[in-house]
Design a protein around this ligand. Structure first.
Ligand SMILES: Cc1ncc(COP(=O)(O)O)c(C=O)c1O
Length: 387
């Protein structure tokens, strides 16, 4: 049997990782400024994380949600403390799409309504409701297309107000990424997020913050939505939550009530996933990683802003993007293949940096050196002659 060929692959086989470095099967070391797509939050093979999962595996890896799993309650307690959402409730699942799927479904159950508002360039995942709320027609199968989702322009308060004035009583939820990831590191304005909050309150709709990529400390606060000074009703999480162990979840405001059978999943909240997620929170706290992300992120952005050939450096904490001028469109693959640095991309010409939250200053400098060198190596001939 062969693999179903859906991923365009780099010809690289990663066999080992440590902190913000990974190694291939030929022993070549790479600096990981991509964090395996924003997943690696506390660094590859963090010793506390490896120990916690190993110890848990030696006790029990899985039993179903038909019995009490105290690790789930422990994770919920710790999440409440770290995020400041102590009165919210936690539902555990396995991925970002599944988290958004459950958030939208829950909003619909809660309101008895079926209409959802999403935004231009949004990415919420590939399962049925999540992909229907994703602004990319090429990944929406005919069976997923629905008129229950309306796309409005991102950061356009007037369009949102107009939509609510006409359709507010049918609207179950608004789903928003406070920093759009796949869409190209687009920052929601505080004003826009506050307007979503106000309109949801006025019309009885549920405000869903998709924190799958921008959340879990990456922006410097636990949830990126909270930079706007208002709270969402449901926060969805995955990627950084398990540092590579597949775990997702939704954090639910107290006014949204649970009933037996309303949501569910076989693997969600299993013992191993909880052990991984608790270890991530332990490390985030003991290494003060949210504060560190702010400091290193600011340093990276300040340095990047001084470079020619790239524009519009933006982001928050360690979720950073910039536009690459046309002449440098091979920058990302050049850095990967010539200088062994992984970065992320968002089409057509945006580079995304999503490193582990404990990226060191030395590693940030190593990346900045490679950037300067690569921009020089790729500079068009006439620019080099003019210097
Ligand atoms: C903002 C956002 N939401 C949802 C998802 C989907 O997550 P998953 O791939 O774990 O289903 C992603 C994945 O990139 C994402 O960036």
């Amino acid at each position: 049997m062969q693999l179903f060929d859906v991923y365009p692959l780099n010809d690289i086989t990663i066999v080992k990782g440590e902190g913000s470095y990974v190694w291939d099967d030929k022993g070549q070391r790479y600096l990981d400024m991509y964090g395996g797509h924003a997943v690696i939050s506390i660094g590859h093979a963090h010793p506390m994380y490896v120990q916690a999962i190993t110890e848990q595996l030696n006790k029990i890896g899985f039993y179903s949600n038909s019995v009490k799993i105290p690790l789930q309650a422990e994770l919920a307690k710790q999440l409440g403390e770290v995020s400041g959402k102590e009165d919210y409730k936690l539902f555990l699942c396995n991925s970002g799409a599944e988290a958004n799927e459950n958030a939208i479904k829950l909003a619909s159950f809660h309101t008895g309504r079926s209409k959802i508002v999403a935004f231009s360039k949004a990415f919420h995942g590939r399962t049925s409701l999540a992909v229907a709320a994703t602004d990319n027609k090429t990944i929406v199968a005919p069976v997923n297309s629905t008129d229950n989702v309306t796309f409005l322009p991102f950061n356009d308060v007037a369009a949102l107000e107009q939509h609510f004035a006409q359709h507010g009583k049918d609207t179950a939820a608004v789903i928003v990424e406070s920093i759009q990831g796949v869409g190209g590191i687009n920052m929601a304005s505080a004003n826009f997020l506050q307007a979503i909050r106000t309109l949801c309150d006025e019309h009885g709709a549920v405000c869903i913050a998709d924190e799958v990529q921008c959340g879990y400390g990456r922006s410097g606060s636990f949830f990126a939505f909270d930079h706007a000074g208002v709270a969402a009703d449901i926060y969805t999480m995955a990627k950084g939550m398990g540092n590579g162990f597949p775990v997702g979840g939704i954090v639910i405001a107290p006014h949204i009530k649970a009933s037996h059978g309303m949501l569910g999943t076989t693997f969600g909240g299993n013992h191993l996933a909880c052990a991984a997620a608790i270890a991530v929170l332990d490390v985030m706290q003991s290494e003060r990683l949210m504060k560190h992300a702010v400091e290193i992120g600011k340093y990276l952005m300040d340095e990047l802003r001084s470079m020619d050939g790239i524009h519009n450096v933006r982001g928050r904490g360690l979720m950073i993007g910039f536009d690459v001028a046309d002449e440098y469109k091979t920058l990302r693959s050049h850095m990967l293949h010539q200088h062994h640095v992984f970065t992320g991309v968002a089409k057509p010409s945006v580079i995304r940096l999503l490193p582990a939250l404990n990226l060191t200053k030395e590693q940030a400098d190593e990346y900045l050196t490679v950037m300067r060198r690569s921009l020089k190596e790729l500079a068009p001939a006439e620019q080099v002659a003019a210097v």
